[in-house]
Write a protein that binds this ligand. Structure first.
Ligand code: MN3
Length: 202
């Protein structure tokens, strides 16, 4: 079994003006495609072939650079596309909203914590909202293509929201203004999908 590049459920220009079409096209068709191809190369002929990406990341040998970078890159981007939507933005409702309020005190405080994790991730990486068993949520960040599902990354739980803060995710439109990109990301967050991921993994 090999992994395939997932289709987006919206057009490359659908997230404008928050995320521009050219960035989306290159990010999906070049970067994510590259991670997918290299992930398939890294598992070909090994006993990992046939396992789910979650199983591969959970049991990852962190010294295997090709699998760590490309397995993470495959998974992280697959999640990233689904937690954005042209109909996104606003604030969450229901269970995930309650969990966010319990953990951070308010949506604004959550937004500050998530934005801060994204803004202060040095170099390339991701910021995450994760859910732990029992339903508690927390914010954390990981470098490069590391992911909370990997062993020992010190960022716990199941990721239900992630923002890519590699420069390739924003540089064409925002240049060095990462905070502006982070702000714009909040206009496209697909809270319906985040809620589903919360309910399925709490
Ligand atoms: Mn990326």
């Amino acid at each position: 079994m090999s992994f395939t590049l997932p289709e987006l459920s919206y057009a490359y220009n659908a997230l404008e003006p928050n995320i521009d079409a050219r960035t989306m096209e290159i990010h999906h068709s070049k970067h994510h495609n590259g991670y997918t191809t290299k992930l398939n190369g890294a598992i070909e002929g090994t006993d990992l072939s046939g396992k789910s990406i979650e199983e591969i990341l959970n049991g990852l040998d962190m010294s295997n650079g090709a699998l760590r970078n490309n397995g993470g890159g495959y998974y992280n981007h697959r999640l990233f596309w689904t937690v954005m939507s042209p109909n996104g933005g606003g604030e969450p409702t229901g269970e995930v909203a309650s969990a966010i309020n319990d953990a951070f005190g308010s949506f604004e405080e959550f937004k500050n914590a998530f934005s801060n994790a994204a803004a202060t991730q040095f170099g390339s990486g991701w910021a995450w909202l994760c859910v732990k068993e029992g339903g508690k949520v927390e914010v954390c960040g990981t470098p490069n293509q590391d992911n909370p599902l990997m062993p020992g990354v010190g960022c716990g739980g199941f990721p239900i929201l992630g923002i890519d803060v590699w420069e390739h995710a924003y540089y064409l439109n925002y240049q060095n203004r990462r905070p502006d990109y982070i702000n714009a990301f909040f206009n496209v967050i697909n809270w319906d999908e985040v809620s589903k991921l919360y309910a399925a993994n709490k």
